[in-house]
Design a protein around this ligand. Structure first.
Ligand code: FUB
Length: 330
């Protein structure tokens, strides 16, 4: 983790029996620069899970040698924290080719827990028998893995939806579990979609439905606070994060505007929203890591996860995120 101390000098003036004023040495407050969270590894597409008073942060792993060509992503990483400041790295939880039917491309994922099993829903590129991007599910009895393919085949393949000619339009799964256990998967690129899952979490339960969300690009994330459901997503390109609200998981979703502006030095953005120990957090990625040891800097294919606070208005709408270098302070 990057630990740069930003010294904030404050000069205190102290009166002395009314006779003179004395400049006393300033107390120094150290503010750590906690964003991006990690600079020894490039991390993208955060998906956080709160479990047993711990946050598990799952990320993609950018390994492109520079920012010239495209993503090189082979596996997914997990980090954990009990205070949102100090993070422990647990290493990769699995690689894309652990799905025997996948070619590679470990893109965005989402972890949920149900009845003691951890379900990892993720985007990968399918082998040529079903070409295009697909969504798979892997399971483990531990949040840090190891994870194994739960089905032996993809849950979603490109031929199952025909809304765009693109072979990457079925990516970025986001799972939402209702209080009664009903589970839904939101996903999609350019066309937002959702589908109910069966109780076993590894089969679809009904038709894939299309949503109407302005300027939708990708990166759906659904969360609930009080009676309100929130569907946030990457919008436009370069991507901002927009959001919509509803009183039901089935909508109608009312568009509420931009939640986060374009993140520094990358066209993609990808958010995760959690409440942890009474505070709300917005987790995202940027391309903001500077060159270190002569290596190419962060950028569109070398991204890094960052966290800032999320605040709600009285009426339940969300305040726009302020992206900071300081991030979450102890
Ligand atoms: O990281 C690869 C892709 O870029 C993700 O699946 C998208 O959400 C975008 O961040």
């Amino acid at each position: 983790m990057r630990q740069i101390s930003l010294a904030l000098a404050m000069v205190a003036l102290t009166g002395c029996s009314g006779e003179s004023e004395v400049n006393t040495p300033a107390p120094t407050t150290a503010l750590e620069a906690n964003n991006p969270l990690f600079t020894d590894v490039f991390t993208a597409d955060p998906a956080a899970l709160v479990h047993n008073d711990t946050v598990y942060l799952y990320t993609g792993h950018d390994e492109a040698p520079n920012n010239d060509v495209f993503f090189q992503m082979h596996d997914w990483l997990v980090f954990s924290s009990t205070d949102m400041v100090n993070w422990e790295a647990h290493g990769p939880i699995m690689k894309a080719t652990d799905f025997a039917w996948a070619k590679g491309d470990a893109w965005a994922a989402h972890m949920v827990e149900k009845d003691g099993t951890f379900y990892f829903y993720t985007t990968v590129r399918h082998k040529d028998d079903k070409p295009g991007f697909a969504i798979g599910v892997a399971t483990s009895d531990s949040p840090t893995g190891p994870f194994k393919d739960a089905i032996g085949k993809a849950l979603i393949t490109d031929d199952m939806t025909k809304h765009t000619p693109n072979d990457w339009d079925d990516i970025d799964p986001a799972i939402f579990i209702e209080e009664n256990g009903d589970t839904y998967m939101f996903f999609g690129n350019l066309v937002p979609k959702y589908v109910k899952l069966k109780d076993n979490m590894i089969e679809l339960d009904g038709e894939i439905k299309v949503l109407d969300l302005p300027n939708y690009t990708e990166a759906s994330w659904v969360h609930k606070k009080g009676d309100n459901y929130y569907l946030s997503y990457a919008c436009e390109f370069p991507e901002k994060i927009c959001y919509a609200m509803s009183k039901s998981i089935h909508g109608p979703w009312e568009y509420k505007g931009i939640l986060n502006e374009i993140a520094g030095n990358t066209e993609t953005n990808h958010q995760s929203i959690i409440e942890f120990k009474g505070k709300d957090y917005f987790i995202y990625h940027t391309g903001a890591v500077p060159p270190i040891d002569g290596k190419p800097s962060g950028g569109r294919f070398r991204r890094s996860v960052a966290i800032d606070p999320l605040y709600y208005n009285e009426d339940g709408t969300l305040k726009r995120v302020v992206m900071t270098t300081e991030g979450i302070q102890p």
